[in-house]
Write a protein that binds this ligand. Structure first.
Ligand SMILES: Cc1cc2nc3c(=O)[nH]c(=O)nc-3n(C[C@H](O)[C@H](O)[C@H](O)COP(=O)(O)OP(=O)(O)OC[C@H]3O[C@@H](n4cnc5c(N)ncnc54)[C@H](O)[C@@H]3O)c2cc1C
Length: 360
């Protein structure tokens, strides 16, 4: 057993023999923390037939990989996977252990944290490393700061001063995968896994259809907010007009620029259950803390105020265009292209601008 806990571990999920995009993002998240700490990123993989994925993890930024590679682990089964991961943690004692905040990541992270035992800060959108001084608790150097929206309008900064590893889940879409380097080298170590008989077993795996729309993978997201319900003078508008503008914009972007565009929405618009938008916009369109986190090349916020819970789901977009009648709307604090104006006047202009000019 090593003396001091060390290493930033990232739990890497896979499907059909390949690492998931969430996992590649998580390596980047781990890298950002490890570089500040002067520690190594260790990819943790559980499954069967993992050699190619071990190499890929290293190419995407892990320094080394620990894997439990056993035919009995071919299909995700939380009891066996938690055993495999927990035995690695017990033997090697990492300093930080990150998981993706998706269904499997949340399931397995909670089980491992309970057994260590240590805390688990869930749904983080940023990570930092800082010292923490508390007169009652003492001074702690180089803590992982786990940053997530709280239930109001603030960002919570969560510390785990005493327990190791400091465990956290990271929302998909919060970090971009690093560019792969095929020449990158690192050690891959297989850790022994002793299969047990469990009181439950997986008898069937049903693959769910991909989400519609697939906001997470879009190059451009055009999101509609409560501002589409009225014009600038406050008179009610049929929001289908704004939806149709967004659809036209999406089609132009796809056909002329060969980028994938999707329509998103604020939670307020979805929860408003506007009858004209029935069948056009649903919970699947929601961007934000309790929806999807997106990081497209271009995010177009249409009549969206930019509440914290919305911003945390889109603020890492490469370029942000915002249309809003209120020049003081919070969305303008992060918009690269602020357009102060009425949705119903500005969207047609935007359509003309992207559809009329030469393709660059
Ligand atoms: C725990 C929790 C989780 C949440 N999760 C999410 C989440 O995941 N995603 C999310 O989006 N929200 C979330 N919210 C809700 C969030 O706090 C806001 O209420 C919501 O984002 C507001 O949506 P909006 O911007 O569409 O509406 P509003 O805040 O009402 O903003 C409408 C905007 O439109 C502008 N406007 C009005 N008319 C026009 C016009 N004609 N042309 C142009 N602009 C116009 C206004 O100036 C205003 O800025 C969450 C809240 C909580 C408490």
């Amino acid at each position: 057993m090593s003396e001091q806990p060390t290493g930033v571990w990232v739990y890497l999920q896979h499907t059909k023999g390949d690492l998931t995009r969430d996992s590649l993002e998580l390596i980047a998240a781990g890298r950002s923390v490890a570089d500040k700490l002067g520690q190594k990123v260790v990819g943790v993989i559980v499954g069967s037939g993992l050699d190619a994925m071990e190499k890929k993890a290293i190419q995407y930024g892990a320094d080394s990989v620990l894997s439990a590679d056993d035919p009995t682990l071919a299909v995700y089964f939380n009891l066996a996977y938690a055993d495999a991961i927990f035995s690695m943690v017990e033997k090697k004692r990492p300093y930080v252990f990150l998981f993706s905040a998706n269904e499997i990541g949340k399931d397995i992270a909670a089980r491992v944290a309970f057994r260590v035992p240590t805390g688990l800060a869930t749904d983080n959108v940023q990570l930092a490393v800082e010292d923490y001084n508390n007169p009652a608790l003492g001074q702690f150097k180089n803590l992982l700061i786990q940053i997530r929206p709280d239930f109001g309008t603030r960002l919570a900064r969560i510390y785990t001063p005493r327990h190791r590893p400091q465990m956290a889940t990271v929302r998909p879409g919060s970090f971009a995968p690093l560019a792969p380097d095929p020449a990158r080298k690192g050690k891959a170590e297989k850790v022994e896994f002793k299969p047990k008989v469990y009181p439950a077993k997986v008898t069937e795996v049903t693959e769910l259809p991909p989400p519609v729309p697939d906001l997470g993978g879009a190059d451009v997201v055009i999101s509609l907010g409560m501002g589409i319900l009225r014009d600038a003078a406050g008179a009610p508008r049929d929001p289908r007009d704004a939806y149709n503008y967004a659809r036209e914009l999406k089609e132009i972007i796809e056909s002329r620029y060969h980028l994938r565009a999707e329509i998103g929405a604020s939670r307020a618009l979805i929860y408003a259950e506007v009858k004209e938008l029935a069948g056009l916009i649903s919970k699947n369109n929601q961007v934000g803390q309790t929806g999807t986190t997106v990081k497209p090349k271009v995010y177009i916020a249409v009549g969206i105020s930019g509440a914290l819970q919305h911003r945390v789901g889109m603020q890492n977009s490469a370029k942000i265009v915002a249309i809003n009648t209120d020049p003081d709307a919070p969305i303008f604090k992060i918009a690269h292209y602020p357009i102060v104006g009425d949705v119903y006047e500005e969207l047609p202009k935007l359509i003309a601008a992207v559809g009329g000019g030469a393709v660059g």
